[in-house]
Design a protein around this ligand. Structure first.
Ligand SMILES: CSC[C@H]1O[C@H](OP(=O)(O)O)[C@H](O)[C@@H]1O
Length: 348
């Protein structure tokens, strides 16, 4: 796989792949302040639930490293404030607050400011390293669901650049390409920000995966008239009963898959589960600015004064999901009642 990493720790700064510019150019940004990190997450220069969590973790570690003084209580106050600030960038992907909480837990018993600073950096790096291994395992479990020459549909970009590496929903396709296991992918363009058209096609072509781009409105006709053996998508937050928030358009894809008797899978790490929420009704859905729908690139495609509704995510009810693919294995649709146990026991 020759795909650049989306987020990297550089000691006194954070290097990110600027996902806004792909596929027209592959450029990197150096984030030197926590404000840079907040903006990069908010404007989707770095995006994708796991990548957002990793960027926030590095951002908090960076904020910690810039703290001046030796008073431990003042440091904890500083970190709590910076954590709340970073958490305000985007509300839906639970990986963001999960990562921030994990770092704060790691400094609870620090004996000094220096020890706490070191713990923040080490834990943020650990989250990134773990995520790459987690995504590899998700990819292997997902690949076991497919047969050679299958045709699989996906939406948005749950790819390598949405994570530390490999991706979640796209991981099986990257791994398949490495072992000469032919799979075809239908990538939905994913209006309004076109993560599918811009990012998923770009990633899969880099890996030599056979990918066909369709508009979101073509999904039903494609399922009806073409070979579509499965649908696989990422996730931003999964509630205790298996309801899943993912990019807007995912819920519609799940309904279409059910109508056409096509299995519908969610691929996500355990860090994307939020079992404090009973069901998907409780998942916060980000609404984004109107211009994202009124314009495509720099071109207005609707009158400027047109009213707009721009939810960035929707929630797919568990009953439409055939299975949730995690790093520990596949939670089949009949096992969703066991999801809370995953966070008390070690394996499926
Ligand atoms: C691997 S999780 C990727 C997940 O995040 C995307 O949202 P966004 O592009 O707004 O960050 C989308 O929901 C993907 O499935």
């Amino acid at each position: 796989m020759a795909i650049p990493r989306s987020v990297e720790w550089k000691e006194d700064s954070i290097k990110i792949l600027n996902q806004q510019l792909i596929p027209n150019s592959v450029e990197f940004l150096t984030l030197e302040t926590i404000e840079d990190v907040w903006d990069a997450i908010k404007t989707l220069k770095v995006r994708g639930a796991p990548a957002i969590g990793i960027a926030a973790a590095f951002g908090l570690a960076l904020a910690g490293s810039k703290f001046e003084g030796e008073d431990l209580q003042e440091f904890h106050t500083h970190i709590r404030e910076k954590s709340l600030y970073l958490a305000s960038s985007r509300p839906t992907a639970v990986n963001l607050t999960w990562a921030l909480r994990r770092l704060q837990n790691k400094i609870e018993n620090a004996a000094s400011v220096n020890e706490a600073k070191t713990n923040l950096v080490h834990e943020a790096i650990l989250i990134s390293v773990e995520d790459e291994n987690i995504c590899y395992n998700i990819g292997q479990h997902a690949l076991s669901l497919f047969n050679k020459n299958d045709s699989v549909m996906t939406i948005c970009n749950a790819g390598s650049i949405a994570t530390a590496y490999y991706g979640t929903a796209l991981a099986p396709f990257h791994l398949a390409a490495e072992v000469d296991f032919p799979i075809h992918v239908f990538a939905c363009e994913t209006r309004p920000l076109l993560q599918g058209a811009r990012l998923t096609t770009w990633e899969l072509l880099q890996s030599g995966v056979n990918v066909t781009l369709i508009t979101d409105s073509m999904a039903a006709h494609t399922m009806k008239t073409k070979k579509v053996d499965a649908v696989i998508v990422g996730a931003d937050r999964i509630s205790a009963n298996g309801d899943t928030a993912n990019k807007i358009g995912t819920y519609g894809l799940a309904i279409l898959a059910k109508q056409h008797g096509i299995p519908f899978y969610v691929a996500a790490p355990l860090s994307t589960f939020d079992i404090s929420l009973k069901n998907g009704d409780e998942i916060p859905i980000e609404e984004r600015k109107e211009e994202e729908i009124l314009k495509v690139g720099n071109e207005w495609v609707a009158p400027k004064n047109t009213s707009v509704y721009n939810p960035a995510f929707d929630v797919t009810p568990a009953e439409l999901i055939s299975g949730i693919i995690t790093e520990q294995g596949i939670i089949h649709e009949t096992e969703f009642d066991k999801i809370p146990d995953l966070f008390t026991t070690k394996s499926l």
